[in-house]
Design a protein around this ligand. Structure first.
Ligand SMILES: [Zn+2]
Length: 280
Protein backbone atom coordinates (compact mmCIF):
# COMPACT_ATOMS: atom_id res chain seq x y z
CA UNK A 1 0.00 0.00 0.00
CA UNK A 2 1.16 3.55 -0.73
CA UNK A 3 2.24 5.53 2.32
CA UNK A 4 2.26 9.35 2.16
CA UNK A 5 5.47 9.67 4.20
CA UNK A 6 7.62 7.71 1.73
CA UNK A 7 7.02 10.08 -1.16
CA UNK A 8 8.07 13.46 -2.47
CA UNK A 9 6.02 15.87 -4.58
CA UNK A 10 7.28 14.45 -7.91
CA UNK A 11 6.36 10.90 -6.92
CA UNK A 12 2.85 11.91 -5.78
CA UNK A 13 2.34 13.92 -8.96
CA UNK A 14 3.33 10.87 -11.07
CA UNK A 15 0.89 8.66 -9.16
CA UNK A 16 -1.92 11.17 -9.82
CA UNK A 17 -1.00 11.39 -13.52
CA UNK A 18 -0.95 7.59 -13.83
CA UNK A 19 -4.34 7.55 -12.05
CA UNK A 20 -2.85 5.33 -9.33
CA UNK A 21 -3.96 8.04 -6.91
CA UNK A 22 -7.29 9.89 -6.98
CA UNK A 23 -8.37 13.26 -5.60
CA UNK A 24 -11.14 13.24 -3.01
CA UNK A 25 -13.15 15.98 -1.34
CA UNK A 26 -12.27 16.82 2.26
CA UNK A 27 -15.77 16.27 3.66
CA UNK A 28 -14.65 17.22 7.18
CA UNK A 29 -14.13 20.84 6.19
CA UNK A 30 -16.63 22.03 3.61
CA UNK A 31 -18.02 25.30 4.94
CA UNK A 32 -18.64 27.73 2.09
CA UNK A 33 -15.60 29.91 2.85
CA UNK A 34 -12.99 27.21 3.36
CA UNK A 35 -10.00 26.82 1.07
CA UNK A 36 -10.90 23.11 0.87
CA UNK A 37 -13.54 24.01 -1.70
CA UNK A 38 -10.60 24.41 -4.07
CA UNK A 39 -8.24 21.81 -2.64
CA UNK A 40 -8.53 18.05 -2.51
CA UNK A 41 -7.14 15.24 -0.41
CA UNK A 42 -5.23 12.45 -2.17
CA UNK A 43 -5.99 8.75 -1.82
CA UNK A 44 -4.69 5.59 -3.44
CA UNK A 45 -7.22 4.22 -5.96
CA UNK A 46 -7.45 0.92 -4.06
CA UNK A 47 -8.51 2.74 -0.87
CA UNK A 48 -10.35 5.81 -2.22
CA UNK A 49 -11.93 6.72 1.13
CA UNK A 50 -8.64 6.79 3.08
CA UNK A 51 -6.58 9.94 2.36
CA UNK A 52 -2.77 9.90 2.33
CA UNK A 53 -1.70 11.65 5.53
CA UNK A 54 0.11 14.95 5.00
CA UNK A 55 -0.90 15.64 1.38
CA UNK A 56 -3.33 17.94 -0.42
CA UNK A 57 -3.77 18.83 -4.11
CA UNK A 58 -5.07 21.65 -6.28
CA UNK A 59 -8.55 20.68 -7.50
CA UNK A 60 -7.95 22.37 -10.87
CA UNK A 61 -4.52 21.11 -12.00
CA UNK A 62 -4.04 18.29 -9.42
CA UNK A 63 -0.64 19.64 -8.25
CA UNK A 64 0.17 18.02 -4.88
CA UNK A 65 1.35 19.87 -1.74
CA UNK A 66 2.52 18.77 1.68
CA UNK A 67 0.01 19.87 4.34
CA UNK A 68 1.97 18.14 7.12
CA UNK A 69 5.59 16.99 7.32
CA UNK A 70 6.44 13.29 7.44
CA UNK A 71 6.15 11.80 10.94
CA UNK A 72 9.33 12.13 13.05
CA UNK A 73 10.71 9.34 15.28
CA UNK A 74 8.03 10.10 17.89
CA UNK A 75 5.29 9.95 15.26
CA UNK A 76 4.74 13.74 15.46
CA UNK A 77 4.03 15.81 12.32
CA UNK A 78 4.66 19.48 11.68
CA UNK A 79 1.59 21.21 10.27
CA UNK A 80 2.76 23.03 7.13
CA UNK A 81 -0.73 24.47 6.67
CA UNK A 82 -2.07 25.39 3.27
CA UNK A 83 0.00 28.54 2.67
CA UNK A 84 1.89 27.11 -0.31
CA UNK A 85 -1.38 25.75 -1.73
CA UNK A 86 -3.00 29.20 -1.37
CA UNK A 87 -0.06 30.82 -3.17
CA UNK A 88 -0.44 28.29 -5.96
CA UNK A 89 -4.23 28.85 -6.28
CA UNK A 90 -3.51 32.51 -6.85
CA UNK A 91 -1.29 31.60 -9.83
CA UNK A 92 -2.96 28.41 -11.14
CA UNK A 93 -3.73 28.93 -14.84
CA UNK A 94 -6.38 26.18 -14.94
CA UNK A 95 -8.15 27.86 -12.00
CA UNK A 96 -8.15 31.18 -13.86
CA UNK A 97 -9.66 29.47 -16.92
CA UNK A 98 -12.28 27.68 -14.81
CA UNK A 99 -13.24 30.93 -13.04
CA UNK A 100 -13.72 32.67 -16.40
CA UNK A 101 -15.98 29.82 -17.60
CA UNK A 102 -17.94 29.95 -14.33
CA UNK A 103 -18.44 33.70 -14.60
CA UNK A 104 -19.67 33.34 -18.19
CA UNK A 105 -22.03 30.54 -17.15
CA UNK A 106 -23.44 32.65 -14.32
CA UNK A 107 -24.03 35.51 -16.74
CA UNK A 108 -25.72 33.10 -19.20
CA UNK A 109 -27.95 31.77 -16.41
CA UNK A 110 -28.89 35.25 -15.29
CA UNK A 111 -29.70 36.21 -18.89
CA UNK A 112 -31.60 32.93 -19.41
CA UNK A 113 -29.29 31.78 -22.26
CA UNK A 114 -28.58 28.13 -22.88
CA UNK A 115 -25.34 26.92 -21.32
CA UNK A 116 -22.58 26.40 -23.87
CA UNK A 117 -22.38 22.60 -24.27
CA UNK A 118 -18.83 22.61 -25.62
CA UNK A 119 -17.45 24.22 -22.47
CA UNK A 120 -18.73 21.30 -20.44
CA UNK A 121 -17.66 18.51 -22.72
CA UNK A 122 -14.16 19.90 -23.23
CA UNK A 123 -13.53 20.77 -19.58
CA UNK A 124 -11.22 18.13 -18.15
CA UNK A 125 -10.46 19.53 -14.70
CA UNK A 126 -12.72 18.13 -12.01
CA UNK A 127 -14.48 20.74 -9.90
CA UNK A 128 -17.52 20.60 -7.69
CA UNK A 129 -20.13 23.14 -8.55
CA UNK A 130 -21.86 24.56 -5.48
CA UNK A 131 -25.17 24.56 -7.35
CA UNK A 132 -24.75 20.82 -7.95
CA UNK A 133 -24.44 20.03 -4.25
CA UNK A 134 -27.58 22.10 -3.57
CA UNK A 135 -29.34 19.83 -6.06
CA UNK A 136 -28.72 16.93 -3.70
CA UNK A 137 -31.24 18.58 -1.39
CA UNK A 138 -33.68 20.34 -3.68
CA UNK A 139 -33.77 20.48 -7.47
CA UNK A 140 -36.02 23.56 -7.41
CA UNK A 141 -32.96 25.63 -6.40
CA UNK A 142 -31.30 24.79 -9.74
CA UNK A 143 -31.24 27.53 -12.38
CA UNK A 144 -33.99 27.14 -15.02
CA UNK A 145 -31.52 26.12 -17.75
CA UNK A 146 -30.24 23.21 -15.63
CA UNK A 147 -33.75 22.08 -14.69
CA UNK A 148 -34.55 21.95 -18.43
CA UNK A 149 -31.35 20.02 -19.23
CA UNK A 150 -32.28 17.34 -16.71
CA UNK A 151 -35.86 17.14 -18.03
CA UNK A 152 -34.53 16.81 -21.61
CA UNK A 153 -32.18 13.98 -20.56
CA UNK A 154 -35.08 12.20 -18.86
CA UNK A 155 -37.24 12.63 -21.98
CA UNK A 156 -34.70 10.50 -23.91
CA UNK A 157 -35.90 7.46 -21.92
CA UNK A 158 -39.25 5.72 -21.81
CA UNK A 159 -41.65 7.47 -19.41
CA UNK A 160 -41.63 4.60 -16.93
CA UNK A 161 -37.88 4.09 -16.87
CA UNK A 162 -37.24 7.52 -15.28
CA UNK A 163 -39.13 6.35 -12.19
CA UNK A 164 -37.37 3.00 -12.11
CA UNK A 165 -35.64 2.35 -8.76
CA UNK A 166 -32.61 0.85 -10.49
CA UNK A 167 -32.14 3.92 -12.68
CA UNK A 168 -32.56 6.25 -9.68
CA UNK A 169 -29.98 4.21 -7.78
CA UNK A 170 -27.60 4.51 -10.74
CA UNK A 171 -28.18 8.30 -10.83
CA UNK A 172 -27.53 8.50 -7.08
CA UNK A 173 -24.29 6.52 -7.49
CA UNK A 174 -23.16 8.95 -10.21
CA UNK A 175 -23.99 11.93 -7.95
CA UNK A 176 -22.05 10.27 -5.11
CA UNK A 177 -19.06 9.76 -7.44
CA UNK A 178 -19.25 13.46 -8.39
CA UNK A 179 -19.61 14.56 -4.76
CA UNK A 180 -16.61 12.43 -3.73
CA UNK A 181 -14.21 12.95 -6.65
CA UNK A 182 -15.39 16.23 -8.17
CA UNK A 183 -16.81 16.66 -11.66
CA UNK A 184 -16.14 13.68 -13.95
CA UNK A 185 -17.05 12.89 -17.55
CA UNK A 186 -19.83 10.25 -17.73
CA UNK A 187 -17.95 8.56 -20.62
CA UNK A 188 -14.98 7.96 -18.31
CA UNK A 189 -17.00 6.13 -15.65
CA UNK A 190 -19.72 4.37 -17.69
CA UNK A 191 -18.97 0.70 -18.36
CA UNK A 192 -21.33 -0.11 -21.23
CA UNK A 193 -23.18 -3.14 -22.52
CA UNK A 194 -20.29 -5.60 -22.99
CA UNK A 195 -18.75 -5.05 -19.52
CA UNK A 196 -22.14 -5.31 -17.81
CA UNK A 197 -22.95 -8.53 -19.70
CA UNK A 198 -19.61 -10.03 -18.55
CA UNK A 199 -20.28 -8.83 -15.00
CA UNK A 200 -23.75 -10.46 -15.03
CA UNK A 201 -22.28 -13.75 -16.27
CA UNK A 202 -19.60 -13.63 -13.59
CA UNK A 203 -22.21 -12.97 -10.88
CA UNK A 204 -24.37 -15.79 -12.27
CA UNK A 205 -21.49 -18.30 -12.10
CA UNK A 206 -20.55 -17.19 -8.57
CA UNK A 207 -24.19 -17.46 -7.49
CA UNK A 208 -24.52 -20.91 -9.04
CA UNK A 209 -21.42 -22.14 -7.19
CA UNK A 210 -22.91 -20.80 -3.92
CA UNK A 211 -26.21 -22.59 -4.61
CA UNK A 212 -24.37 -25.82 -5.47
CA UNK A 213 -22.57 -25.82 -2.12
CA UNK A 214 -25.87 -25.11 -0.31
CA UNK A 215 -27.78 -27.95 -1.99
CA UNK A 216 -25.00 -30.55 -1.94
CA UNK A 217 -25.89 -31.84 1.60
CA UNK A 218 -29.58 -32.17 0.61
CA UNK A 219 -28.60 -34.13 -2.48
CA UNK A 220 -26.45 -36.41 -0.29
CA UNK A 221 -29.42 -36.85 2.11
CA UNK A 222 -31.75 -37.46 -0.85
CA UNK A 223 -34.07 -34.65 0.27
CA UNK A 224 -33.75 -32.67 -2.96
CA UNK A 225 -35.77 -33.01 -6.14
CA UNK A 226 -35.75 -31.24 -9.47
CA UNK A 227 -38.06 -30.22 -12.26
CA UNK A 228 -37.88 -28.49 -15.61
CA UNK A 229 -40.05 -25.81 -17.09
CA UNK A 230 -40.41 -24.45 -20.61
CA UNK A 231 -40.80 -20.69 -21.09
CA UNK A 232 -41.80 -18.92 -24.26
CA UNK A 233 -40.79 -15.40 -25.23
CA UNK A 234 -44.02 -14.31 -26.95
CA UNK A 235 -42.38 -11.45 -28.83
CA UNK A 236 -39.64 -13.35 -30.67
CA UNK A 237 -41.22 -16.80 -30.27
CA UNK A 238 -38.24 -18.42 -28.60
CA UNK A 239 -38.31 -21.18 -26.00
CA UNK A 240 -36.17 -21.41 -22.89
CA UNK A 241 -35.71 -24.43 -20.68
CA UNK A 242 -35.04 -23.96 -16.99
CA UNK A 243 -33.85 -26.50 -14.48
CA UNK A 244 -35.06 -25.90 -10.91
CA UNK A 245 -34.10 -27.75 -7.77
CA UNK A 246 -36.32 -28.02 -4.66
CA UNK A 247 -35.19 -29.02 -1.20
CA UNK A 248 -36.40 -29.04 2.41
CA UNK A 249 -34.15 -27.41 4.99
CA UNK A 250 -33.75 -28.56 8.60
CA UNK A 251 -36.81 -26.45 9.62
CA UNK A 252 -38.95 -28.21 6.98
CA UNK A 253 -39.13 -25.06 4.87
CA UNK A 254 -39.46 -25.74 1.15
CA UNK A 255 -36.73 -23.89 -0.80
CA UNK A 256 -36.06 -23.74 -4.52
CA UNK A 257 -33.49 -22.37 -6.88
CA UNK A 258 -33.00 -22.21 -10.65
CA UNK A 259 -29.72 -23.85 -11.57
CA UNK A 260 -29.89 -23.29 -15.28
CA UNK A 261 -31.93 -21.47 -17.92
CA UNK A 262 -30.97 -22.13 -21.53
CA UNK A 263 -32.23 -21.40 -25.01
CA UNK A 264 -34.18 -24.42 -26.31
CA UNK A 265 -34.05 -24.55 -30.10
CA UNK A 266 -35.65 -27.95 -30.78
CA UNK A 267 -38.78 -27.78 -32.91
CA UNK A 268 -40.36 -30.68 -31.06
CA UNK A 269 -40.84 -30.48 -27.30
CA UNK A 270 -40.73 -34.24 -26.78
CA UNK A 271 -39.38 -35.79 -23.58
CA UNK A 272 -36.32 -37.16 -25.38
CA UNK A 273 -35.39 -33.75 -26.85
CA UNK A 274 -35.80 -32.13 -23.45
CA UNK A 275 -33.73 -34.89 -21.83
CA UNK A 276 -30.84 -34.36 -24.28
CA UNK A 277 -31.07 -30.63 -23.76
CA UNK A 278 -30.68 -31.08 -19.99
CA UNK A 279 -27.72 -33.44 -20.06
CA UNK A 280 -25.75 -31.61 -22.78
ZN1 LIG B 1 -3.58 24.33 -9.79
Amino acid sequence: MTHGDDMNETKVRQLIEKKECVLIINTKDLSSSTVWNELRLIAHKSTPTIPLIGWAACSYCSRPFRSHSAADVNGKRKNDGVTSALKHLDQCSLRKKEMAVKRKRQLDDENGDNPDQSQWSSSSSPTVNKTLSKFLYNKSTLPKTWQNRIKESECMNSFRSVENDGLLELAQTCIDVGATFGRVNAHDIWYGRRSIQNECELKFHQHREDIKSIIQPYINDRTASSTIDLWRDDIIQRYYLDFTIFYLNEHWHLKHSILRCKYFDEQSKTAINIWFSIIL
